[in-house]
Design a protein around this ligand. Structure first.
Ligand SMILES: *Cc1c(COP(=O)(O)O)cnc(C)c1O
Length: 828
C-alpha cells in the first residue's frame, strides 16, 4: 500500500530534508530497478518487500560510495589528526532513513518509491536494527559517529561485528524471554567486508626476556577481519568509517600441534576462535568477568591498534624513520576509550612501542599517555571492571607484566608524594590484593590517559571529588566534564519530521547542526499559531503511536490521556519500581472514588533486563501483572492504561519518544551518570518528571527549573540519609497511600495464583533498597499531582477554549520553545 502523503506534506519536508531534482527521482527509479534485477536477481512478479527494501538500500548506498572514497582520500592527502573512538558497543539501530536524510535524498526516494507504488515507510520497517549495544553507552558511540562526521572530523569508530546483537525480548506470561538477534541473516547492505586487510591477534602463550628484547611466544592466533560501514555527515559530503572486526580462525587452526591426525576435530574447533565475535554481552552497567568477554576486549584493541599504527605509518608525509616518527604519534592520533572496556589498549600500545618498535619505557609511556583519553560511564561498584590476575596471566601474560610495571612506577610516585601513607597506596594501586588478586581497569585508564571525563556535570564532580579523589589530588587538571549529547538528526529530524519542519519554518533549517539556535524560538513562546501547531504535531504523533499499540497489544488508547513514558534498560537504580508503585496509587484512587475527576494516563514502560538479573526480571513481571489487572478492570475504564513496551530498542525509541507527553527520568540522585534518553524526550517536546541526577541537572538549568517537574532527594540528601541509616518502613508507615500499595502487592492482589510472587521485591524495598524508592515516593506522588494539574489546565484550554494561550501568564523563565508552561487563569 502506497503512503497517502499529500503533495504539500512532501513539499514541506523538502524544505528541510534536502532538495532532489526530477532527474534524481528518475535516476533513483532506474537504479532501483537495476538493483532489483542485477543485485537481488528478481523481477517485480516475485520480489518480496524485503527485496524492495534491499533494492532501495543499494541505490542509497550507491550515493555514498563516491563521497566515502573521496573523504578517505582527502584525509590521506591532508593528514589531519585522526580521532579513534574505541568501543565494545555501537548501538546504531537502522541505517536507511538516516543515510537518506544525511545525503539529502529522503524526499526524492520517497517520491521515487511513491511513483513505483511502494510505501517508503513500510520498506524502512523491514530493516533490522543493528543492535550492537546495550543502552546509553552504545547509543552514545553511535551518536558521536554521526556528529563527528557532521563536523567533518577525521574520525573512526572501532568495535566488534557481533554476529548476534542485543537479544530480542519477548514477553510470555508476563515474563521476559530472550531470543537470539540473528540480525545478519538477510545480509547487511551497509557493510563492506575487507578480508584483504585481515590482521592477526594473539592470545595465551608465554613471555621470554632475551638480550634482544621481550618475546611473546607460543601464542595462539585469531584473525580479525574488518567490516567497514559508512558514516555520512549531514549534507556535507563527508563519509567516515566505522570499522568492526569479525573473528576468523586461521586455516591451520589446531592442525599443527596437539590435534595432529584429527582433522575433523580441528575444523570443528575453529568455532572456539570464531566465538570471539559471536555475541554481545547483554549487561548494562554490570561487570561479568568471563574469559570470552576479556578476549573480546583484547580482540578489538589489538586489531584496532595495529590498524591505527599502520595508517599512521602509511602517511605520505615522511615517517620512514620509525624511531623518531613516533614522537609525533600523539599529535596525529587521539584514542578515546568508551569506558574501561577497551582499557587494554594502554598496555597494548606500550607493548607495541617497546617490544616491536624498540622504544624505551619513558618515551613509550609519554606517547601512550598523550594518546589516550578515558570516559568514565558509571560509579556503580558492580559495573567496575576488575579482572582476576590469574585469568590475565593465562590469556595475556605480557600485558600483565606491563601493567605490573606501570603500577610499580605509579606507586613509586605516590610513595614519594605521600611518604608512609600506605592506605592511600593501597587505594590507588592498579592491583587489588584483598582476596583474589584483581586488576582495577579504571585505575589503569586514569593512570594511562592524559584526560579523564565524566558524562554530566554532577557525575564528573562525583568522580573528581569522591570516587577518584586520590587521583585528582595528584593530577587535578586531568579530570574534566563532557556532558553527553545526542544527534539531533536521528532524534528530531528523522523521528519527528513534523516538529522539525515546524521549527525550521520559524528559525530556518540550520539549527539541526547547531542546537543553540533553538534559542530563537523564544520569540514564538506567545505565538498562538506556533503553539497550536506544536500541539497538533504532538497529537498526530500520539495518534500514529496509538494505532501501532492498538494493533500490537489490542488495547484501546484514550487519545486525551497523558502519554507517560519510562523507557530504558530495566535496572534497580533507574527505579521503574517507583513508577509501578505510583501506577498502583492511581489505580487505588480511581477505585476508591470512581466518579471523581481523574486526569487520564496511558503509562508505557519498556526496557530489557539483563538475562541474569533476577530482580530486574521480577520487576518486569510486576509491571505486566499490574498492567493486566488495571487494563481489565471495568471501574478503571479509559482513565488509566498500562502497557509494557516489548523489545525496546533504537527503532522503537524513534516511534515512542515523539509521541510522549511526560518523560520519566527518576533515578536515585548520584546513580545515573548522564542519561541520554532524557535529552531525546526534551528535544521532542515532552515534559520531564525527574530527579536532580545526571544530565537532568543541566537540562533543568537550560530549560529553567520551572519548566521541569523536579522532585526527590539531591545527592547530598542521599548521602545524609546513608549516614543516619535508611529506614524504609518508616516512610511506608508515614504515607498511607504507599502502605495501601504495599499491602495490595503483599496480599497477592496482582498474583492471585502465587500470592508471594513479589516477596523478594517487597523484601528488597523494606530491607536492602540501595536506591531508596520509599524515601522519594511521597515527593514523587506530589509532583505527579502537579503534572496532572498542568495537563488538565491544558486540556481545558483546548476543549473549553479557555483564555490560557493568548492571555495566561507565561512562566518567568521561558525556555527555548519546546515546552513552555502556560497556566490558564482558572488553574494558575
Ligand atoms: C537513548 C537510548 C538508551 C539510553 O536511555 P537512558 O534513558 O539514558 O538510559 C537506551 N536504549 C535505547 C534504545 C536508546 O535509544
Amino acid at each position: 500500500m502506497a503512503k497517502q502523503s499529500t503533495a504539500s506534506e512532501r513539499k514541506k519536508q523538502i524544505t528541510i530534508r534536502g532538495l532532489g531534482g526530477l532527474e534524481t527521482v528518475s535516476g533513483l527509479k532506474l537504479g532501483f530497478n537495476r538493483h532489483l534485477h542485477f543485485t537481488l536477481v528478481k523481477d517485480r512478479n516475485v520480489a518480496t518487500m524485503r527485496d524492495y527494501y534491499l533494492a532501495l538500500a543499494h541505490i542509497v548506498r550507491d550515493h555514498l560510495v563516491g563521497r566515502w572514497i573521496r573523504t578517505q582520500q582527502y584525509y590521506y592527502d591532508k593528514d589531519p589528526k585522526r580521532i579513534y573512538y574505541l568501543s565494545l558497543e555501537f548501538y546504531i539501530g537502522r541505517t536507511l532513513q538516516n543515510t537518506m536524510i544525511n545525503l539529502g535524498l529522503e524526499s526524492s526516494c520517497d517520491e521515487a518509491m511513491y511513483q513505483l507504488g511502494l510505501d517508503i515507510e513500510e520498506l524502512e520497517e523491514i530493516e533490522d536494527d543493528a543492535g550492537l549495544g546495550n543502552g546509553g553507552l552504545g547509543r552514545l558511540a553511535a551518536c558521536f559517529l554521526d556528529s563527528m562526521a557532521t563536523l567533518g572530523l577525521a574520525a573512526y569508530g572501532y568495535g566488534i561485528r557481533y554476529e548476534y546483537g542485543i537479544f530480542n525480548q519477548k514477553i510470555k506470561d508476563g515474563w521476559q524471554v530472550e531470543e537470539a538477534d540473528d540480525w545478519l541473516r538477510h545480509g547487511n547492505p551497509w557493510e563492506k567486508a575487507r578480508p584483504e586487510y585481515v590482521l592477526p591477534v594473539y592470545f595465551y602463550g608465554r613471555v621470554l626476556h632475551t638480550k634482544d628484547g621481550v618475546k611473546w611466544i607460543d601464542a595462539e592466533v585469531v584473525l580479525a577481519i574488518p567490516y567497514d560501514t559508512p558514516v555520512p555527515g549531514y549534507l556535507n559530503n563527508t563519509v567516515n568509517t566505522m570499522r568492526l572486526w569479525s573473528a576468523k580462525a586461521p586455516n591451520d587452526f589446531h592442525l599443527h600441534h596437539f590435534n595432529v591426525g584429527d582433522y575433523i576435530q580441528a575444523v570443528l574447533d575453529r568455532n572456539l576462535a570464531e566465538n570471539i565475535s559471536r555475541v554481545l554481552y547483554p549487561n548494562d552497567n554490570f561487570f561479568e568477568g568471563k574469559e570470552l568477554r576479556l578476549k573480546q576486549e583484547y580482540f578489538v584493541v589489538a586489531a584496532s591498534l595495529q590498524d591505527i599504527i599502520r595508517r599512521f605509518k602509511a602517511s605520505k608525509f615522511s615517517r620512514k624513520d620509525v624511531k623518531n616518527c613516533f614522537d609525533s604519534f600523539a599529535d596525529k592520533v587521539a584514542i578515546q576509550l568508551n569506558d574501561t572496556h577497551p582499557a587494554l589498549a594502554i598496555p597494548e600500545l606500550m607493548r607495541i612501542l617497546m617490544d616491536i618498535e624498540k622504544i624505551g619505557w619513558d618515551q613509550a609511556w609519554k606517547i601512550t599517555k598523550n594518546t589516550f583519553a578515558y570516559t568514565n560511564h558509571t560509579i556503580l561498584p558492580e559495573a567496575l571492571e576488575r579482572w582476576p590476575v590469574d585469568l590475565f596471566e593465562k590469556l595475556l601474560p605480557r600485558h600483565l607484566e606491563i601493567i605490573y610495571e606501570i603500577n610499580q612506577r605509579h606507586l613509586h610516585k605516590i610513595r614519594s608524594l605521600y611518604p608512609g601513607d600506605d592506605q592511600r597506596l593501597r587505594r590507588m594501586s592498579l592491583v587489588e590484593e584483598d582476596g583474589e588478586k584483581k586488576i582495577n581497569m579504571a585505575h589503569l585508564c586514569i593512570v594511562g590517559s592524559h584526560a579523564v571525563n565524566g558524562v554530566a556535570k554532577i557525575h564528573s564532580k562525583i568522580i573528581k571529588e569522591q570516587v577518584f579523589k586520590d587521583f585528582s589530588d595528584i593530577e587535578p587538571v586531568k579530570f574534566q566534564n563532557k556532558t553527553n549529547g545526542i544527534t539531533p538528526r536521528r532524534w528530531l529530524l528523522l523521528c519527528n519530521p513534523g516538529l522539525a519542519a515546524l521549527i525550521a519554518e520559524k528559525i530556518g533549517g540550520d539549527y539541526i547542526k547547531d542546537m543553540n539556535q533553538l534559542q530563537k524560538l523564544h520569540a514564538y513562546v506567545n505565538n498562538d499559531g506556533f503553539i497550536h501547531d506544536v500541539t497538533s504535531v504532538k497529537q498526530e504523533n500520539k495518534v500514529k503511536l496509538a494505532s501501532l499499540l492498538e494493533k500490537e497489544y489490542g488495547i484501546k488508547i484514550n487519545m486525551s490521556s497523558i502519554f507517560d513514558v519510562h523507557v530504558k534498560r530495566i535496572h534497580e537504580y533507574k527505579r521503574q519500581l517507583m513508577n509501578c508503585l505510583y501506577i498502583i496509587v492511581m489505580y487505588n484512587r480511581i477505585r476508591k472514588e470512581p466518579n471523581k475527576n481523574f486526569v487520564p494516563r496511558t503509562v508505557m514502560i519498556g526496557g530489557k533486563a539483563a538475562p541474569g538479573y533476577y530482580m530486574a526480571k521480577l520487576i518486569i513481571k510486576l509491571i505486566t501483572s499490574v498492567a493486566q489487572k488495571v487494563n481489565s478492570d471495568p471501574t478503571i475504564g479509559n482513565k488509566l492504561k498500562v502497557i509494557f513496551l516489548e523489545n525496546y530498542r533504537v527503532s522503537l525509541a524513534e516511534k515512542v519518544i515523539p509521541a510522549t507527553d511526560l518523560s520519566q527520568q527518576i533515578s536515585t540522585a548520584g546513580t545515573e551518570a548522564s542519561g541520554t534518553g532524557n535529552m531525546k524526550f526534551m528535544l521532542n517536546g515532552a515534559l520531564t518528571i525527574g530527579t536532580m541526577d545526571g544530565a537532568n541537572v543541566e537540562m533543568a538549568e537550560e530549560a529553567g527549573e520551572n519548566n521541569m517537574f523536579i522532585f526527590g532527594m539531591r545527592v547530598q540528601d542521599v548521602a545524609e540519609l546513608d549516614k543516619k541509616g535508611y529506614n524504609a518502613s518508616q516512610y511506608c508507615e508515614n504515607f498511607p497511600e504507599l502502605k495501601g500499595v504495599v499491602d495490595l502487592i503483599a496480599g497477592g492482589y496482582f498474583s492471585p495464583n502465587q500470592p508471594d510472587l513479589f516477596r523478594d521485591i517487597l523484601n528488597m524495598l523494606f530491607h536492602h533498597d540501595r536506591f531508596k524508592v520509599f524515601a522519594d515516593f511521597e515527593s514523587y506522588v506530589n509532583t505527579q499531582e502537579k503534572v496532572n494539574q498542568l495537563y488538565q489546565c491544558h486540556s481545558l484550554s483546548r476543549s473549553h477554549n479557555c483564555a490560557a494561550l493568548p492571555d495566561g501568564p507565561v512562566s518567568p523563565e521561558p525556555n527555548p520553545g519546546v515546552h513552555v508552561f502556560h497556566w490558564c487563569s482558572r488553574c494558575s
